[in-house]
Design a protein around this ligand. Structure first.
Ligand code: FAD
Length: 494
């Protein structure tokens, strides 16, 4: 069977690409190895609880005042996605810094509190806001293909090659305030010293102006809505279709499944990391591309403990949407502590805070997560896996109880534990890494956007959290749109 485009993988990136192609009347086929769409944006059931695997904060959706790219795309495809605003309601603790604060209210409350803690924060933070806005606008212009940015966006040009710390120091933000801002990035394990300032600024811009939202329904509903719309637009999706090879045959690409079936298309779009594709799906060697890929830093992997608790969040005193505990607020040293399997970095989410229907009445879902540097799990093998997994989950629960003085153990009705091996098996991410290749040093999203054309292998296109714009559902989905728009334009197709 011949198609215009084949998309390998039905994660957010793949579905973003397929929807845009089908919307533009292209004949598109999505091949997905699992039985459900969405990749990590999915839901599983244990007893009377339905747990969302990944998506809790949807960035770049925005609001009426600041409409985000995602909202625009969801509306364009008429997906009918319902969202709930997420209030700033985050408790952050840092052991070494003796720091324990709740970020609550509006951005101005936040700034006032920072000023009380660290003098000088208010005026400098306020002067940072227009810089964030300028950088955001420059990025939008760049994505639209504008070449000359110097005149209108001097800060964008100035800070293009700065790391986040150096830029924030240059902008006179007090060092302790910088550390507090760093928590956003510790969540995905990027040290501010290596993170490009433009990537940092864009994330902070979305966080402050567009505010994250949550889904009113479960993760899987979002993925299914996308698939339903894709099919309405004439696109096709085949599940349980593991792609094992992609090859060139004259002017066509051939995509081979594990059962030997071959599908043909003019173009193939991969919702997979380039590293996985180079290693597993292309039989030919591409030494330059391989060398470039090996030079990239894979993001963290992690342990996630999904808990169904048989008490309401009010009775459990779980009043915050998110909880964080770090060893310390210096992102560089904190991230180093993630080399060991046992450490004190905890992230917790209580979805019931924004959504009363997240679990049955008088119950609560609590998701605990801790991250690891990529090789932390190297010593784990089939003999010690189950014991290590259970020990670490137990430690995480106990540390959460201790850190926030909240009892949860005796109220656990359901528990499920996902390790790097779980994620690697489900999505084929290398080492189970959760956030693709980190946007560090020169491998930042600006560089990726500018060098995309020169670095293509086999004329394949890549979308999703490992591609141009980095991880996050917003970036993954938008990358699908962005890349397919480029392909349609290249072919002179609207
Ligand atoms: C625990 C966790 C929490 C997160 N929380 C958030 C959050 O709150 N907000 C946010 O914005 N982001 C969050 N993220 C990140 C975000 O979910 C991801 O960046 C994004 O969903 C990645 O989408 P993707 O399309 O790149 O990849 P994936 O979701 O990995 O999808 C890839 C798809 O390709 C399929 N596939 C792989 N190999 C093959 C093959 N050979 N043949 C056929 N199919 C194949 C896989 O089965 C999968 O369906 C979180 C991630 C994790 C893991």
């Amino acid at each position: 069977m011949n198609y215009d485009y084949i998309v390998v993988g039905a994660g957010m990136g793949g579905l973003g690409a397929a929807l845009n192609l089908a919307f533009n009347n292209k004949k598109v086929l999505v091949l997905e190895k699992n039985s459900l769409p969405g990749g990590v944006v999915t839901t599983f059931k244990r007893g009377r609880f339905e747990f969302d695997v990944a998506l809790y904060d949807l960035m770049d959706y925005g609001n009426d005042e600041h409409v985000g790219s995602l909202q625009r795309l969801f509306n364009k495809y008429n997906l009918g996605v319902e969202v709930k605003p997420i209030p700033y309601n985050i408790r952050i603790k840092s052991i070494d810094d003796n720091f324990d604060e709740v970020i609550k209210g509006e951005i101005d409350d936040w700034i006032l509190r920072l000023e009380e803690l660290y003098r000088g924060s208010m005026s400098t933070f306020r002067s940072l806001l227009p810089v964030l806005k300028e950088i955001h606008e420059a990025l939008m212009a760049l994505k639209k293909g504008r070449k000359n940015l110097e005149k209108d966006f001097p800060n964008f040009i100035k800070y293009l090659d700065y790391n986040a710390i150096d830029a924030l120091v240059d902008l006179n933000i007090p060092s302790k305030t910088i550390n507090v801002l760093g928590y956003l990035w510790m969540e995905i394990g990027s040290p501010l010293k290596k993170l490009n300032f433009i990537d940092f600024a864009e994330c902070l811009y979305k966080y402050i102006f567009k505010r994250p939202v949550g889904l009113a329904n479960k993760n899987i509903d979002l993925a299914l809505k996308m698939v339903n719309r894709l099919e309405e637009l004439g696109g096709k999706i085949y599940y349980r279709s593991l792609v094992v090879e992609i090859r060139d045959n004259n002017d066509k690409k051939e995509v081979v499944l594990s059962d030997g079936t071959i599908y043909k298309a003019k173009e193939v779009i991969c919702d997979l990391s380039e590293r996985y594709v180079l290693k597993n799906l292309i039989k030919k060697d591409y030494p330059e591309a391989q060398a470039k890929e090996n030079a990239r830093t894979l993001s963290m992997n992690g342990l996630v403990v999904y808990l169904g608790l048989n008490k309401s969040y009010q009775d459990l005193r779980l009043y915050n949407y998110r909880y964080y505990q770090f060893q310390n607020l210096n992102s560089v040293t904190n991230i180093k502590s993630m080399k060991k399997l046992s450490h004190h970095t905890i992230e917790a989410i209580v979805p019931n805070i924004i959504n009363e229907n997240a679990s049955p009445k008088n119950t609560t879902i609590l998701v605990l997560k801790t991250l690891y540097l990529n090789d932390a799990w190297n010593g784990v093998n089939k003999d010690n896996y189950y014991q290590i997994k259970e020990t670490l989950a137990n430690e995480l629960i106990e540390e959460f109880e201790q850190a926030f003085n909240i009892d949860i153990k005796e109220y656990i009705e359901e528990i499920d534990i996902a390790t790097p091996f779980t994620f690697a098996r489900y999505t084929n991410s290398i080492n189970g890494c959760m956030f693709g290749a980190m946007r560090l040093g020169y491998d930042n999203s600006i560089h990726r956007l500018l060098s995309y054309e020169d670095e293509r292998i086999l004329h394949l296109s890549f979308v999703g959290g490992s591609s141009l714009l980095g991880s996050g559902v917003d970036n993954a989905f938008y990358s699908g749109y962005y890349i397919t728009e480029k392909l349609l334009n290249e072919r002179g197709e609207d």
